[in-house]
Design a protein around this ligand. Structure first.
Ligand code: FEO
Length: 393
């Protein structure tokens, strides 16, 4: 148990060994934490639990350090199993303890755990008095799931924001001011890009709602990673920036290639982008995990996507990635497609169509080259890259 502030304690788990999250979907080379919080007031409230594989140790530790029978309320801000997974083990020991959650949360918890517990469903503005501290619940649907909510602890003046403002970053430290800021922001951005991009339109209204509460926020304590103690609003301001069709101004040239011809095109295209004075990155799809590619697309202003044609279609890495991009619902990004082919040459057109379906702004006709580009064809590639970069304005 680690004291965060006043009567607020961290009772979570540091998962140093976690290397991927959401199955194999999101690589987490720096591990993760499942932050569970305890408010030890006249009444004791436990806010969020931990991932199911840690349930046994988590419950035993709470029993030893707090006494499970002393926990008056369990608050489930979000039922996804990285937080709610330990509920069955916990509730088996204290089945009568009320579980506070949203109405959606109750549905999801029941569908996951198949138990009838003493649920108390709450809405935005509902409160729970603990003594010196009072909890105020704020629904936050789709940040990250339909059931999500945040809990504001007045008295301690801490916002327990659940998934929002988190990072997958296990450290021995607890606070944002204790770690390398580059790593912290690298992880916070990667987390936002991969988890919250599809729900970006909800960020501004939620921040407005939080501001409208007119309450002091001394800390923002998410359910993953470091707690924002120094200048906690810095991460809120970053979220507003990230949610507003964010880009860092550069072009990402992302390709897969069979025999190196599409790769030759990629480098010639990059030369054209460079001649326009626009920064760029060149990335082959097999060089980074998918979650890092999503992060790279999130940071780019435009992407040029290359694929050889194989069996009349795009290479499978490209198809999988564009499908992923479609789900991410990126906003305000430009794109175009290119690729080398041997006889039928469908891939650039298909990639172009897939990019349009994924809501990229596609204006340039796709560029395709038969087999190995010669000097004149490489010049066409250069002009293609140049035209694309200039079109970004
Ligand atoms: Fe950290 Fe949406 O769970």
């Amino acid at each position: 148990m680690f004291q965060i502030k006043d009567e607020l304690y961290w009772v979570g788990v540091k998962d140093w060994g976690l290397k991927s999250f959401h199955g194999t979907h999101f690589l987490t080379p720096r591990g993760a934490t499942y932050n569970s919080y305890l408010i030890k007031d006249k009444k004791i409230a436990l806010v969020d639990a931990v991932f199911e594989p840690f349930a046994g140790d988590y419950v035993d530790k709470l029993a030893a350090e707090v006494g499970l029978e002393n926990i008056d309320y369990i608050i489930c801000n979000h039922a996804e199993i990285d937080h709610g997974g330990a509920l069955t083990a916990l509730m088996n020991r204290i089945p009568e303890t009320p579980v506070y959650c949203t109405a959606k949360g109750k549905d999801i918890i029941k569908a996951q755990h198949h138990r009838e517990w003493n649920f108390v469903t709450v809405k935005t503005g509902d409160t729970l008095d603990l003594g010196r501290n009072k909890l105020t619940f704020i629904e936050a649907p789709m940040l990250h799931w339909p059931d999500s909510m945040m809990t504001y602890v007045s008295g301690a003046n801490v916002l327990l924001s659940n998934d929002a403002f988190g990072q997958h970053y296990a450290t021995s430290e607890f606070f944002n001011d204790e770690v390398d800021q580059c790593i912290l922001y690298d992880e916070a951005l990667k987390y936002y890009a991969n988890i919250l991009t599809p729900f970006g339109r909800l960020i501004q209204p939620k921040v407005n709602q939080l501001s409208g509460l007119n309450v002091p926020i001394d800390m923002i304590a998410p359910s993953h990673g470091l707690i924002w103690r120094t200048d906690p609003m810095q991460i809120v301001n970053k979220y507003l920036e990230w949610a507003d069709a964010y880009h860092e101004g550069h072009v990402l040239i992302l390709y897969d290639t069979m025999w190196g011809n599409t790769e030759k095109m990629a480098h010639a295209i990059a030369a054209g982008v460079e001649q326009a004075g626009v920064p760029y990155k060149v990335l082959r799809t097999n060089k980074l995990p998918k979650s890092d590619i999503v992060t790279e697309v999130f940071k780019a202003k435009g992407i040029l996507m290359g694929s050889s044609t194989m069996n009349n279609t795009v290479l499978s890495d490209i198809a999988g990635l564009v499908n992923e991009f479609k789900g991410m619902r990126f906003r305000g990004k430009h794109a175009a497609a290119f690729g080398s082919y041997g006889w039928s040459g469908e891939a650039p057109k298909i990639a172009s169509k897939l990019l349009q379906e994924a809501k990229f702004n596609v204006e340039l006709e796709p560029l395709r080259i038969l087999f190995t580009p010669d000097a004149e064809q490489l010049e066409r590639c250069r002009r293609f890259g140049n035209q694309f970069a200039i079109s970004l304005g």
